[in-house]
Write a new protein. Structure first.
Length: 406
């Protein structure tokens, strides 16, 4: 019987935070097993909701910051200030895809300038360590905007400052760090990123994620060429010796922001090694009879550093079954079996518009959790019914009464 369930989802992009997703799944589970013990473990991957969740989990606080958004308009973003002196900069909170109106989704023009502004705000607060969460980006400028906001001059062949956007990197000829904020030299900067994402090459960030951000096929190749130029100039003018900006693990994070910050000496760290610190995830999964997780899309990218794959990998070490709920089931979804997922199910009950799916995400996810759990219980009952009867219990021998005890 199922007595204890671990609920460990990521957020559903542009719809639900990780915490809201966990609560929706729990609501569906309680309709089926109201007496079950539920352990809600909302997991962040560096994308939307990372700063808020880390502040809530540690007793930290959010600090509002005015900054430039991905399409160049001002907005109010935030950083998280944690009790240990760490500041969390969530790039999605200032340059995320959800902040780019559909009609303006041009990754050749969007900028990470606001990320640099958030890093400056963290420095202003005296942060000893800055953790930059990468994920859910709406940009492909290699972090150029962030570096410009931190004081780096990016110059074309005539010595003119480059305009915003990844497309402009084709004209980059020199990077001048003489105006770089000096406080960075005394501050540890760690970038929590997906190590599978690289800047250049056949699986470079422009080719893998450019189309998701609105790039047409010809623009994908333009951006790929621009990021090659970016890596070449940064490698020559800024990056510490030996830094591989083209193919280094995590350099392609958030449209190449990883490479830009690595050129300034930041450490690129696998995100789950950084973000799950203190969650005690392994022990909590091991106590569960069933593990439920969720994400917006289940496809061939899921085993490459996504939350469900990480949850499944850890749960399998304890021999726990894992069920994934997904907004969409895309090409390569079956590959998650190799990552330790036992079963998966779609969230949507019927074809709906994207706008409706995002708006009703919590409702749909709760219903999907209920449906999936009922199927799990049916399977368990069927397995019990189909099991062959066990051997008859041996009859106890009854000795004839014998006063002599023979």
């Amino acid at each position: 019987m199922i007595h204890h369930i671990a609920i460990a989802p990521s957020g559903l992009k542009e719809s639900l935070s990780a915490r809201a997703a966990a609560e929706a799944i729990a609501a569906g589970v309680r309709r089926v097993l109201p007496e079950a013990s539920l352990d809600l473990i909302p997991l962040v991957d560096g994308g939307e909701g990372t700063a808020q969740e880390m502040a809530a989990a540690s007793g930290g606080r959010l600090l509002p910051v005015r900054a430039t958004g991905p399409v160049g308009t001002p907005l109010t973003s935030h950083i998280a200030l944690l009790p240990d002196g760490t500041a969390v900069v969530e790039m999605a909170a200032v340059a995320g895809l959800s902040l780019v109106p559909p009609a303006l989704r041009d990754p050749g023009a969007t900028t990470t300038r606001g990320v640099g502004r958030l890093i400056r705000a963290a420095l202003d607060q005296g942060a000893r360590r800055i953790l930059v969460g990468c994920g859910d980006s709406g940009t492909s400028d290699g972090g150029a905007g962030a570096l410009q906001a931190l004081g780096v001059r990016l110059l074309d062949g005539r010595g003119r400052e480059l305009p915003p956007g990844g497309r402009a990197l084709l004209e980059l000829r020199r990077a001048d760090a003489s105006g770089l904020d000096p406080r960075l030299a005394a501050t540890e900067v760690v970038v929590a990123c997906n190590p599978f994402n690289v800047l250049c090459g056949p699986r470079g960030v422009a080719r893998v994620f450019g189309p998701q951000k609105g790039a047409a096929p010809e623009q994908v190749e333009e951006l790929a060429a621009a990021l090659e130029q970016w890596a070449a100039v940064l490698g020559r003018d800024l990056a510490p010796a030996g830094t591989d900006l083209r193919l280094g693990a995590g350099t392609g994070a958030s449209g190449g922001l990883g490479a830009g910050l690595a050129a300034l000496g930041a450490t690129l760290a696998p995100r789950f090694e950084v973000l799950l610190d203190g969650v005690d995830l392994d022990a909590r999964l091991a106590r569960a009879d069933l593990v439920l997780t969720a994400e917006g899309a289940l496809d061939g990218q899921t085993p490459r550093g996504k939350v469900p794959a990480e949850v499944a990998r850890r749960a399998k070490l304890a021999g726990r079954p894992v069920l994934v709920l997904a907004g969409t089931l895309g090409e390569g979804a079956r590959e998650v079996c190799g990552a330790g997922v036992d079963a998966w199910s779609g969230i949507l009950p019927a074809p709906v518009t994207l706008a409706e799916a995002l708006l009703r995400g919590g409702e749909f996810l709760a219903d999907a959790a209920e449906r999936a759990l009922r199927m799990v219980l049916v399977g368990m009952r069927a397995a019990v019914s189909a099991a062959p009867p066990g051997p008859a219990a041996p009859r106890r021998a009854v000795a004839a009464a014998d006063p002599a005890g023979r």
